[in-house]
Design a protein around this ligand. Structure first.
Ligand code: ADP
Ligand code: MG
Length: 250
């Protein structure tokens, strides 16, 4: 089953043609890594998937992006609902300046959940889902800003999980973290794919090899190659992919 089916996606920032005719089917309940040098369109592509790109002025998008049977760029699409189903975690953890509990309860409250026992259950479940519960269960009312960087990033994952998404988009979500926190997030991604489709941008090729099932190689706005991670790294079909994964540029 595919989470996304994308046909001839093109994107321009003003005159700058940032994505060229991208065609890709992204499998559900798998981890797909988007790799490639800086400035090649990985973040741009990721933000197309939950229409975060709409927030950028002067963007023009053509092509078809199907999420299940929903054409997400159709005029009738409810963008708030889409962003609930397709959650996002950014490069730098961005906890709200409020308690750990309130960070997680924020989204559910926006969606009208008010009962304390219901919110308590969501907070616990989300923090467990992000492998953070044991570390914070005794200080839920304390500020999230007091957590370490790695904990803050897992908090942001928990906050994304709290609204029960189907897809988690992660944009270099470990690049600001130490190796131990990075390992914790990588392990977590491996667990999350049982319940979610994970699409992650990483410029760390070892991370893509460790964590992902599929990998897509972007270069200067082109999707050069998309394959099972093992194939892309060990049996690339395109010379540009071979050069990149063997470290000849990047
Ligand atoms: P990557 O994530 O692979 O580093 P990006 O998707 O961020 O690449 O950027 C792809 C290209 O689009 C780059 O040339 C970048 O300068 C350009 N770009 C990204 N965001 C914007 C923006 N908001 N306005 C104009 N150009 C942008
Ligand atoms: Mg980027």
């Amino acid at each position: 089953m595919n989470a996304f089916e994308i046909e001839n996606l093109n994107l321009w920032y003003g005159e700058h043609h940032a994505l060229h005719d991208i065609c890709i089917n992204i499998p559900a309940n798998q981890v797909t890594a988007l790799i490639g040098p800086s400035g090649c369109g990985k973040s741009t592509f990721l933000k197309v998937l939950n229409r975060m790109q709409d927030l950028v002025e002067g963007v023009r998008i053509e092509g078809k992006v199907m999420f299940g049977d929903q054409d997400i760029y159709a005029p009738k699409t409810d963008v708030d609902q889409l962003r609930t189903r397709v959650g996002m975690v950014f490069q730098k953890a961005n906890p709200f300046p409020m308690s750990i509990y309130d960070n997680i309860a924020y989204g559910p409250r926006v969606h009208g959940i008010k009962k304390k026992d219901e919110l308590d259950a969501i907070v616990e479940e989300s923090l467990k889902g992000a492998a953070l519960w044991d570390e914070v269960k005794d200080r839920l009312k304390r500020s999230a800003l007091g957590l370490s960087g790695g904990q803050q990033q897992r908090l942001c994952i928990a906050r994304a999980l709290a609204v029960k998404p189907e897809v988690l988009l992660m944009d270099e979500s470990t690049s600001a973290l130490d190796p131990i926190s990075t390992g914790q997030i990588e392990d977590l991604v491996g667990v999350l794919k049982r319940d979610y489709t994970v699409i992650m941008v990483t410029h760390n090729m070892q991370q893509a090899v460790r964590v992902s099932d599929y990998a897509a190689f972007f270069l200067l706005g082109d999707l050069v190659e998309f394959a099972k991670t093992d194939d892309l790294f060990n049996r690339p079909l395109d010379k540009r992919t071979a050069d990149y994964v063997s470290g000849r540029f990047g």
